[in-house]
Design a protein around this ligand. Structure first.
Ligand SMILES: [Zn+2]
Length: 318
């Protein structure tokens, strides 16, 4: 799919595709078959989605059936009013501690092993949690940005998320305990972390929250440097990912239903070039028609098995 004339793709949450093309379903494959494909073709381009991080305790926006479970704040909503930003930051302030406590899972570690073994190459991730890098994976492109950085929409000043967290901590003493205590079931609140670090919080708690301001221009327009739904992925980042796709011998999709065009377009591009497309995820995907090898299973177990398969063959060959 070509990028729009505006120079940036808008991240749309609304699928607009023909369900009928997936009627027959994709060809399913075994771990051994995928290992053989990867060994034969060399380092694959890897595209990862939210399903990659669910085993680290960061829930997917969608359930295994591919349907939306929660509605994330949109770019338009965030930029429209101070109240929306106050709500975002109050929730994010609470969610951040649990979000940063998340650690790479077996799937992330297997990706690092597969890259070291030479069968995985560069990684494009739609996730904003930094867990691939934490697991030691190299050449990671964060398609939708990173929650670790914050940018001022007014003056462009950039600041570490940790510093913003410290500012909010100073400005809102006791907020966390009050906010969590204001909802009857605190455990339910803390379980509602979303992939963008957002969290469900009562309105009355939000209204008392002092949102962070830019230290340079003073505006309340600080935004995590991630692409919200309805926001645009920077053009140079899209171009980089397309060129990685064009050069790839194989595309491997991990933990994504491909419902968002932002990632699906690379699958379309690969298929147009006749590049094999491997999809490992739970449940149906939008890319079934383009998929040449499909494994419907949990990522941690499957990728660990794939890493073992590749490693054992390398041992025998050596
Ligand atoms: Zn500013």
């Amino acid at each position: 799919m070509a990028a729009g004339a505006s120079g940036a793709e808008v991240l749309s949450a609304r699928p607009a595709y023909d369900e009928s093309v997936t009627a027959d379903g994709p060809v399913t494959a075994t771990v051994a078959e995928v290992a053989a494909l990867l060994r034969a073709h060399g380092p694959a381009l890897v595209l990862t989605g939210a399903g990659m991080s669910t085993e680290s305790g960061i829930p997917d926006y969608r359930g295994p059936d591919g349907n939306r479970r929660v509605t994330p704040m949109s770019h338009q909503e965030f930029t429209a009013t101070s109240e929306a930003r106050q709500r975002y930051w109050a929730r994010s302030f609470i969610g951040w501690q649990r979000f940063t406590a998340a650690e790479p899972n077996a799937g992330h570690l297997a990706v690092t092993d597969l890259q070291a073994a030479g069968v995985f190459g560069p990684v494009i991730t739609q996730n904003v949690d930094g867990l691939h890098q934490e697991a030691g994976t190299r050449e990671v492109t964060e398609l939708h940005g990173s929650l670790a950085e914050v940018v001022c929409l007014t003056c462009g000043e950039r600041v570490d998320r940790d510093l913003v967290q410290a500012f909010m901590d100073d400005a809102n003493p006791g907020f966390a305990s009050r906010a969590l205590g204001s909802v009857p079931d605190g455990s339910q609140v803390s379980s509602q972390i979303r992939p963008d670090g957002d969290i469900v919080l009562a309105d009355e708690a939000v209204r008392s929250f002092l949102a962070p301001r830019c230290l340079v221009c003073g505006d309340d327009t600080l935004k995590p440097d991630v692409v919200f739904f309805g926001g645009a992925v920077p053009r140079d980042r899209v171009d980089l990912c397309f060129s990685l796709t064009d050069e790839a011998p194989v595309l491997v999709v991990l933990g994504s239903s491909l419902k968002v065009m932002s990632g699906y377009r690379f699958v379309r591009r690969a298929a147009a070039h006749g590049i094999p497309v491997v999809v490992i995820t739970r449940g149906p995907t939008r890319g079934d028609a383009e998929t040449t090898h499909r494994i419907d299973a949990s990522l941690g177990v499957t990728l660990s098995a794939l890493a073992r398969e590749v490693g054992e063959r390398a041992d025998r060959a050596g």
